[in-house]
Design a protein around this ligand. Sequence first.
Ligand SMILES: Cc1cc2nc3c(=O)[nH]c(=O)nc-3n(C[C@H](O)[C@H](O)[C@H](O)COP(=O)(O)OP(=O)(O)OC[C@H]3O[C@@H](n4cnc5c(N)ncnc54)[C@H](O)[C@@H]3O)c2cc1C
Length: 603
Amino acid sequence: MAAYRTSGFDFSDNAPNGNLEQHPDLAANAAQPVHLQRNKTERRRLQGLQRSLTASSMKKPAEPKTLRERFGIWMINEGGRQLFFGVWIFLHLLVAVFGFINYQLKDNLVDARALFGVTFTIARTAALILHIDVIFILLPVCRNFVSLLRRTPLNDIIPFDKNITLHKATAWSIVAGTAVHIVAHMVNFYKLAMADTDAKTTGQRVIAFLQANFVTGPGVTGWIMTASLGIIVFFSSEKRRRAHFERFWYSHHLFVVFFINWQLHGMFCMIKPDRPPYCSSDTIGVFWRYWLIGGVIWISERVLREIRSRHRTYVSKVIQHPSNVMELQIKKEKTTARAGQYIFLSCPEISYFQWHPFTLTSAPEEDYISVHIRVVGDFTQALSKAMGCDFEKGKEETPAGGKVVGTNVNPPVNRLLPRVMVDGPFGSASEDFLKYETVLLVGAGIGVTPFASILKSIWYRMNNFNNSKPTRLSKVYFTWVIRDFGVAEWFHSLLHAIEEQDTQGRIEINIYLTAKIKEDDMNNIILQDVGAEKDAITSLRAPTHFGRPNWDRVFGSISEKHPETDVGVFFCGPAVLSKQLHQMSNKYSDPKGTRFFFGKENF
Ligand SMILES: Cc1cc2nc3c(=O)[nH]c(=O)nc-3n(C[C@H](O)[C@H](O)[C@H](O)COP(=O)(O)OP(=O)(O)OC[C@H]3O[C@@H](n4cnc5c(N)ncnc54)[C@H](O)[C@@H]3O)c2cc1C
């Protein structure tokens, strides 16, 4: 939704600024321990955003007064998403109201209403809503389909980044609809058992009730569906999914059982209409019609994955980086990627069925695709071993820039590099960075991966290398928040290259180190830093900041420097930080001034 407005171009960030002493970061602030204060050379090396700011010049967030101003701000980051989900809820309400009226008034259901009462109408209405949900449930998880739509003007209206939220909302609606449907039918079965002329005693009525549940077609299929849905929901909770992804993944495939039984569930004509044709194929077993579009797209995507996985693909290089990060460079035919996208990777030697998502760190301008994988669990550990990495042994000795463990022509000792299969690439929020003239990219820890490909691509484009397309992007603020230095290492060569080539100061790098640093290490850093032209930790010109970023300062400064500009804020990392940046984007957005458009990715 970014409008194309003018940017406050600012290529003079590196020019000396007379106000340095007033800078909130630099003022001889007594509150900061001596070792955290900036020395003179560091001050000279400070990047534009940090350098030009003085406590007095910092722009305050716009405070909306009128309803119109509030609405303007709301529309920047919340409006599209909330309106979309508002329409989704409205559609459900509409179906519920009209469904209820229809089943309550339909003239060939008089007998059913007389026997069961309002619970008949409720059960049928809930079933109708469930059918509507089945239209939506698969579409948001069809990644190729979503990636394709992202490139159309629909991207300005539909929040495609919220595809998983839509999937979850629809799933919860299915759970709620199922619960209402079951409760209503339990009351109906009770009434059926009570009305059974053959059942005279309480025991016989209980048996009649149980028979309706477990001997009839709708009863049996209904309970199979309920059990499948229950298992799916149980393993889908955030906590269980994070702890045991495989259980979540495999149990989710019970949706096949759920759908097959759903199709059968409606085909038994248990509650008949009053007049013939009692149950024609037009009125019962219609589940497949609702499922068709999503189902066909979903199956096509699975077939596409099989086709893609057979494309000639091989690992051309494996690099072991410090802090348990492995880099895979892969050559794959028929792949065109965009910066910021991700792929699904499978290694049949480990498991044919496991596909794991990893963000591309290579730029589209490069002739290979690469991923940086942090070794955290079963799959990534097995993969790193299969590729010849040994993080236990390599802990101390992994050099800066990483250690090449093997290439396709020179594989690790005693083994060939295993085969990998690649599905994708798929679109993500970060892909939209080219829509803006100014962007703020924020990565936390390994969440920096999407920005590796983006920064490389920006760099290629700005310098017009490799026949890359020129870009309207003129200023990039790249912020990386990391716990400790080791995590940063593999990314350094890229940042170095950018700093060297970026003579116009278009890409501004800010690295924040959040871990507590031992006093000895800090003394060392100070000694090395004095008079040095490069940072003692990163060897970059930009000095490393210690502690967490002051977002008020960052956003205030950007709106100061880029008035009347649409700024894209892209984040990848933990949810807490994402929330902060989302809030900041809203807080500092001014419909008539700088507007911050927030987009995020969560691993
Ligand atoms: C869009 C996206 C991009 C990602 N990009 C990167 C990247 O560039 N570099 C990187 O190191 N990691 C990335 N990840 C995370 C990476 O997918 C997981 O770390 C990896 O799958 C862990 O597998 P495991 O069996 O070794 O660990 P586990 O201990 O089994 O899992 C660790 C975590 O990863 C999640 N996870 C496990 N398997 C999957 C799966 N098949 N699909 C989705 N999530 C899974 C689990 O919920 C858990 O939270 C990305 C994740 C997503 C969703």
